[in-house]
Design a protein around this ligand. Sequence first.
Ligand SMILES: C[S@@+](CC[C@H](N)C(=O)[O-])C[C@H]1O[C@@H](n2cnc3c(N)ncnc32)[C@H](O)[C@@H]1O
Length: 523
Amino acid sequence: MNPTIPPPTSYDVVAYPSYTHPQTHPGRLGVIGELFGLAPARADRCRVLELGCGNGSNLVPMAEGLPGSEFVGIDLAARPVAHGQCMIQDLGLRNIRLQQGNLTEINQDWGKFDYIIAHGLFSWVPAGVREEMFRLCRRHLQPQGLAFISYNSLPGSHLRLMLREMMLFHVRGIADAPERIRQALALTRFLAESQIARDEYQLWMKAELERILEHEAGHIFHDELAEFNQPCFFTQFVEQAGRHGLQFVGEADFFEMSTHGFTESACASLTQIGPNRLLREQYLDFLKCRRFRQTLLCHQEAALKPEAQAEAVVNLLVASQAKCASDEGAAHPGPARVYTTPKGATCTTDFPLGQAALSVLEQHWPMPLPFAELARLAVSHEAQTCGAPRPEGGASPQLAAFLLELFGAGLVEFRTCLPPIARVASERPVASPLARSQAQHGDVVSSRFHQAVKVEDEVGRFLLIWLDGTMDRPALSEKIRALFQARDTQAFSDPEDPATVQKIRLELEQNLAKLAGLGLLVA
Ligand SMILES: C[S@@+](CC[C@H](N)C(=O)[O-])C[C@H]1O[C@@H](n2cnc3c(N)ncnc32)[C@H](O)[C@@H]1O
């Protein structure tokens, strides 16, 4: 008997551009759980289920980086799943399974999971499937497990719905997928170019239309023109979750719960709302005009703390890309200094131990440091630069509270476990097999920090492909020389020429350091 071939879905017809979602990694989900008093499973020894996993772009890198954990994905569309299954086979991964099917078919045989992820699914499926997502989270989550569900939230989504309705009107009666995309883009371009920006409505429209025009065609087809796109208020979402025995833990991006950056009076008004966290979150959505949420849920019976606990920070690993605005400040902790990250997060602090910790973290970026090690290094940095030794053990609570505040402001990152990467390139460097395979098809690869990384440099991309652990520095240098020679036949023809040797050695070391810094090399 032939196996039944599932009918093609819209995701079989037009591919959805999928990438890794760093905020869904169990090592990051676990952080939020720990801060609010849960005891989630360790990322390197857990079971993860992803609903609507597509081609496994999110799950495969996790499985490759966490060989002691088990990953299961399900998606209705057969084509992306088959694509992901090929990748899993090529990489020889044994701790991951992708299955074509409807999430409504998941039954007891699938067992319990420590983490359940549903990214970009909830708002785009019919009401019955949304209900089933909560039901299965309740049924399949371990007692201390965490579910991640992202969804379009109100009031912010009203703005986006307005444009969606215009697009749907314009493509009415068009069944052909490429033509729907073409027409939706034509309307968006027409509207964007015709806005004279006379009033606030037109100003906002122009910005929003230009944002849509930056999207890939597959995103426009599935996100804007989808049959379902049902946003909801945060309180509606948590009420529905509550009816299924689930409660709100927090947002996957911790800074999204913070009032950092709002006026003092806005923060004071939010505090007056009282101890009801859920209501405070709802008013934050009004303040931020939030359009998208990434909410973590757990069992209603789990004992949660009402606020994030600074004590929990001592069990975590810390990383930060923040730099002191003045060079002098980086070297000498002292009076108020301003710190910023490349993404624009900023803070001012006059806490010398905090300044010392940020200086240590900057030196170690992108490697996360266990809190105890960071505290030790920060104390010694502070003593060296300020000459005032701290009493033994007195630093931890203050430093933990400081780091939690910075986590809320988006200046530091926390993890529950160290990613398996090589900090420096070894004698015969090895790149992650997944990144090597991805580099053969394009310049976007998945790092062991679970981030989509663009390797724009041609030498860097070729190095990734070659770094299988068999080549030493002379062999890699010769490969680079041949690459350069192919570009410019005259300049690099003599492998003995000292200038050539020097240039290539520099090129090799710089690129290896860059790849190590991006979390693409493995031990
Ligand atoms: C917008 S895409 C998101 C893909 C991926 N999670 C991401 O965020 O990049 C939604 C995915 O959910 C899948 N899907 C929709 N309804 C489903 C269902 N009832 N059961 C399983 N998968 C479903 C679609 O086939 C599609 O691959």
